[in-house]
Design a protein around this ligand. Structure first.
Ligand SMILES: NC(=O)c1ccc[n+]([C@@H]2O[C@H](COP(=O)([O-])OP(=O)(O)OC[C@H]3O[C@@H](n4cnc5c(N)ncnc54)[C@H](O)[C@@H]3O)[C@@H](O)[C@H]2O)c1
Length: 511
C-alpha cells in the first residue's frame, strides 16, 4: 500500500505529539493515515533530541504553551498518566482535536471536567485504547455483533505486566533509561495502583460486546513482590457487572507470569478464547467442538500488522483520522472512555471497602456527573516519587539508586536478578524440562549469568550500601526485601559461583 491511499481524500491532519515516549513511537504509521507529525513537546531533553532526529522539520519544544500555540489540528497526549485530564482540557481549549493515551483521567472530578470540556469544544476526542483492535479481537467483535455468540454471560481478561524497572526509569530503550532528571522513582508508574490501569483488559470486552460496565467489586490482595516501593507489586483482580447482567473478571497487576492479550468469553450460543491461539467452541453446549481459527487478513490489516500491540496502534490512529476526515464516529469517544476509566477508579474505591460492590457512574447524564464533581481523591501508593529518601540524603549515594534498579531488574531480563533466578531455578528443575529447546534456553541463561555475575555482584553491594545508609526509608526497606529474596553471598562470591556454574555447564555437555 502506498502513502496517502488509506482515505480517499487529499485532506491531511497536522498533528502535535505531547509526551515523546510512547507518543513518538505510536505515530510511526501516521503518514499512511493522512496524518503529518509537525510538532512535539517533552520536558526531557533526551526525548526531544530523539524525536527531532526521527522527525526532521518538526517543531520541538519543552514549553507546552509554545507547543499548543503552533499551527496544527490535533494533539496526541501521551504525557504522565495523572496529567491526561489537565492536558486534554488545555489542548481542547487551544482548539485542537484530542487523542489521549489511557486512561482518560484519574479522579471522578477530573472526569466530569474532561467530559464537559469535550462537549463544549465540539472537537473530536478519542481514547487511545488499542487492545480491542488486535486482528483476533476485531474478528471476535465482528462475529459477536452478528449474534454468533448469543448473549454475553461471562468473560475473563488479563493485563498482567510485571516490569519493576518501569517504576524507576522511562519506558525507552532496552534498560528503560533515562528517568526524568531529579526523580529517583518514576513519576506515576512507581505509585500506580494497577486497578487504575484497567483498559487493556476491560476495553476489549466492552468493545466486542458493546456493553457498558455498571458495577465493580474488588478485594485487595495482601501479598507483594520485592523490588517495588510501598504496596505496589501485587495483583488487582475485580469482578465487573455489565449492563445486561453478565459478569467479567478483570485482572491487572504485577506477578510472576505475564499475560498481555489473553481473553476468554462465554456467550449463550458459543464461546471464544484467545490464549495463544484463537479458538471458538461451537454447539451452544459445554462440550461442543473446539475449533482453531485463522482470521482473514485484509490489505489494511497487513499494514496494521506492522504496528505495535498486535496492530492496535495502527487502528486507533486510523479511527481518529477517519472521524476527523469523514465524521464517522470512532469506538472510544469520551463517554466510553469515561465508562472504562471510572470502572478502574471505582474498583479502587471497592478495594478500600474490602470488596463492596460499587456503582460505575454514567457520565452521559449531567445529574449523575453532579454527584462526582468534587470527588477528587487519587488513591495511588502514598509517597512522593520525587522525594523517597530522607531530607539531607547524600546525592552521591542516592543518585545511584534508579540506575541501580535498572541493573537489578533490567527491562530486557537479559541480566540482573531475573537472569540469576532463571538460571538457578531452571537448574533445579532441569532434568524434568520436557523439551530440548527448553533445556537449551536454561543452558544459555546459565552462560549469560556467568557473563553478568560481576556486574550483578557490584549492584548487590551498592544496594546493601544504600539500604544500610537509609534503613527506615521506603527504598531502604524495599532494597532489604530484594536482598532477602536471593542468595547474596553466592552472587558476591563471583569466583566460586562462576566455577560452580561452569562445572554444571560442562556436566550438561557430557550428556
Ligand atoms: N496503550 C498502550 O499500549 C500504552 C503503552 C505504554 C504507555 N501508555 C500510556 O502512554 C502514556 C505515556 O507513557 P510512556 O510509556 O511514554 O511513559 P511516561 O509516562 O514516562 O512518559 C511520558 C513522557 O511525557 C513527558 N512529559 C511528562 N509531562 C510532560 C509535560 N507536562 N510536557 C511535556 N512532556 C511531558 C515525559 O518526559 C515522558 O517523555 C502513559 O499515560 C501510559 O499510560 C499506553
Amino acid at each position: 500500500m502506498s502513502e496517502n491511499s488509506v482515505f480517499k481524500t487529499d485532506k491531511r491532519i497536522k498533528l502535535g505529539v505531547w509526551g515523546l515516549g510512547r507518543g513518538a513511537y505510536l505515530v510511526h504509521q501516521a503518514k499512511f493515515l493522512n496524518i503529518d507529525v509537525v510538532a512535539g513537546c517533552d520536558i526531557h531533553p533526551d526525548m526531544r533530541e530523539c524525536f527531532a532526529k526521527n522527525t526532521p522539520g518538526a517543531f520541538v519544544t519543552a514549553d507546552e504553551d509554545e507547543f499548543l500555540a503552533q499551527d496544527f489540528d490535533a494533539v496526541l497526549i501521551a504525557t504522565y498518566f495523572k496529567d491526561h485530564a489537565k492536558h486534554t482540557i488545555k489542548a481542547l481549549n487551544a482548539g485542537k482535536h484530542v487523542m489521549c493515551e489511557v486512561t482518560a483521567f484519574h479522579t471522578p472530578a477530573d472526569g466530569v471536567k474532561v467530559v464537559e470540556a469535550v462537549e463544549k469544544s465540539g472537537k473530536v476526542y478519542n481514547l487511545l485504547e488499542n487492545y480491542p483492535f488486535t486482528k483476533e479481537n476485531m474478528y471476535i467483535r465482528d462475529l459477536w455483533q452478528k449474534g454468533f455468540f448469543g448473549e454475553f454471560m461471562y468473560g475473563e481478561a488479563s493485563y498482567l505486566h510485571e516490569c519493576r524497572v518501569l517504576s524507576y526509569a522511562y519506558n525507552t530503550g532496552l534498560d528503560g533509561l533515562p528517568i526524568e532528571p531529579g526523580y529517583h522513582a518514576h513519576n506515576w508508574r512507581s505509585t500506580l495502583n494497577t486497578h487504575y490501569y484497567n483498559t487493556h483488559s476491560l476495553g476489549p470486552i466492552m468493545n466486542i460486546t458493546g456493553l457498558r460496565p455498571v458495577a465493580v467489586s474488588a478485594t485487595p490482595c495482601d501479598v507483594y513482590l520485592p523490588g517495588y516501593l510501598g504496596k505496589k507489586g501485587t495483583v488487582t483482580p475485580s469482578i465487573i457487572k455489565m449492563n445486561n447482567g453478565a459478569l467479567m473478571r478483570n485482572l491487572m497487576g504485577c506477578t510472576t507470569n505475564d499475560y498481555h492479550m489473553e481473553l476468554r468469553m462465554w456467550g449463550t450460543k458459543a464461546s471464544v478464547e484467545k490464549i495463544n491461539d484463537l479458538k471458538i467452541r461451537v454447539g451452544a453446549c459445554g462440550g461442543g467442538e473446539m475449533l482453531k481459527i485463522a482470521p482473514e487478513i485484509s490489505e489494511l490489516q497487513k499494514l496494521a500488522d506492522q504496528a505495535g500491540h498486535g496492530g492496535g496502534d495502527f487502528w486507533e490512529l486510523y479511527y481518529f483520522a477517519r472521524e476527523i476526515l469523514t465524521g464517522e464516529p470512532a469506538p472510544w469517544n469520551i463517554y466510553s472512555a469515561a465508562d472504562v476509566t471510572l470502572t478502574g477508579i471505582m474498583a479502587v474505591h471497592s478495594s478500600l471497602k474490602d470488596g463492596e460492590m460499587v456503582e460505575v457512574p454514567d457520565f452521559r447524564n449531567k445529574a449523575v456527573r453532579d454527584q462526582y464533581r468534587n470527588d477528587d481523591v487519587y488513591y495511588g501508593n502514598a509517597f512522593d516519587p520525587e522525594n523517597i529518601f530522607p531530607e539531607g540524603h547524600d546525592p552521591s549515594l542516592t543518585g545511584q539508586f534508579s540506575e541501580l534498579m535498572t541493573k537489578l531488574y533490567p527491562k530486557s531480563n537479559g541480566s540482573g536478578l531475573p537472569t540469576y533466578n532463571m538460571a538457578y531455578d531452571g537448574m533445579k528443575i532441569f532434568d524434568n524440562i520436557a523439551d530440548a529447546e527448553g533445556k537449551l534456553r536454561i543452558i544459555s541463561r546459565v552462560s549469560r549469568l556467568i557473563e553478568c555475575l560481576p556486574t550483578l555482584a557490584d549492584a548487590i553491594k551498592t544496594a546493601r550500601k544504600i539500604a544500610d545508609a537509609y534503613p527506615e526509608s521506603l527504598p531502604g526497606k524495599m532494597l532489604y526485601d530484594v536482598l532477602d529474596s536471593v542468595d547474596c553471598e553466592k552472587i558476591c562470591n563471583v569466583e566460586q559461583t562462576t566455577a560452580e556454574l561452569r562445572t554444571w555447564l560442562e556436566n550438561r555437555h557430557k550428556i
